[in-house]
Design a binder for this molecule. Structure first.
Ligand code: NAP
Length: 317
């Protein structure tokens, strides 16, 4: 592609879509590149309660993201579906080499987000999609009236465990400590739910089964005791959902941008160490990763990109 966009945004989660909205409203030529579906992690979130101004009770991730997508498009942000394999970030024109095309821009906003961290137990890979899942919204209905276990103790684990109680017969949270990290309001909901159970100070060591998950070994981290958990013989299987945090999607920028544990370092205006390159949302080093903070990052990144481009063009603020 010969065209040089003012702004390219990599990733169409809340951060990328907010950046697209702001950039489009500045009348900057804007392209959002996304390799899969819009929404990033919230595309697989069942319920969003804490996005300010949200009017629909029980709004889901996909419904919120659908409105964000349409809003960015309304202000002219174009879309491309491609996977970027290599980038050149230095200089006034940034280049992105994708599987389908090559893209050029003056300012780049990285909003590639993060993905679910694997549980980290033996034989996990064998059972992904065969009992092991990282998305309750996608897979909950496969576990109708079965037993389900959820690994983790943060907001995601507890919220998704509550959601799973709508389908499963019994939901047990396996947490490596004896208190949850999740927000108190979420904890209260969980403790009130009669289908919820907790296995404290525990981690999953190994999975068992013949083609389908039907057993696991759980280790008590305080006593070292190993417990074998087997599916009810009438069920023949159970579900195991992992929600133990996320891994940033930043491998494309390794060696090019400063990072901390894989998260891209920025200043508070989303600037990376390279002029005209910004990072927004879950992919960057920050304390809190919420839809609202990702959207805020995206807006700031686009405002900074606009300023940067205006300065390149000789406009003085
Ligand atoms: P998180 O807050 O980082 O929680 C991860 C949980 O997994 C923690 O309880 C942690 O245990 C546990 N864990 C981490 N590594 C583990 C391992 N190797 N083995 C076993 N357990 C492990 O992640 P999250 O819940 O995905 O949330 C990510 C961010 O999104 C957070 O900022 C969260 O507040 C936000 N979020 C917000 C909402 C909402 O507000 N509605 C919903 C979802 C997510 P420890 O507690 O012992 O560290």
């Amino acid at each position: 592609m010969d065209k040089i966009y003012d702004v390219i945004i990599l990733g169409a989660g809340p951060g990328g879509l907010a950046a697209g909205l702001y950039s489009g409203r500045y009348r900057l030529s804007t392209l959002i590149i996304e390799k899969a579906r819009d929404g990033g992690q919230i595309a697989i979130t069942d319920e969003i309660e804490n996005y300010p101004g949200q009017i629909v009770e029980g709004e889901s991730g996909p419904s919120l993201i659908d409105r964000m997508t349409r809003q960015a498009a309304r202000f002219g942000a174009e879309r491309a579906c491609d996977t970027i394999d290599r980038v050149e970030l230095e200089g006034p024109v940034k280049k992105l080499y994708g599987k389908k095309d090559t893209y050029q821009c003056r300012a780049l906003i990285i909003a590639t987000g993060a993905y679910a961290r694997p549980i980290g137990c033996r034989r996990e890979g064998e059972f992904v999609g065969k009992g092991v899942s990282f998305c309750a919204t996608c897979d909950a209905n496969f576990f109708e009236d079965l037993e389900v276990f959820v690994v983790g103790g943060g907001d995601s684990a507890v919220e998704e465990a509550i959601y799973l109680t709508k389908f499963a017969r019994k939901v047990t949270v396996i947490h490596r400590r004896n208190e949850l990290r999740a927000a108190k309001s979420i904890q209260e909901k969980a403790f009130r739910n009669p289908k919820m159970n907790f296995m404290w100070d525990s981690v999953v060591e190994e999975l068992h089964g013949d083609g389908i998950l039907s057993g696991m070994t759980v280790r008590n981290v305080k006593t070292g005791e190993l417990t074998r958990v087997d599916a009810d013989p009438d069920d023949g299987m159970f579900g195991l959902f992992g929600f133990i945090g996320n891994v940033p999607r930043s491998e494309l920028f390794e060696g090019l941008l400063d990072m901390e544990k894989g998260y891209i370092k920025t200043d508070e205006d989303m600037r990376t160490g390279i002029s005209g390159v910004y990072a927004a949302g879950d992919v960057r080093v920050k304390s809190f990763r919420q839809v609202v903070t990702a959207a805020s990052d995206g807006a700031i990144a686009a405002m900074q990109a606009e300023k940067y481009i205006a300065e390149l063009d000789g406009h003085v603020y």
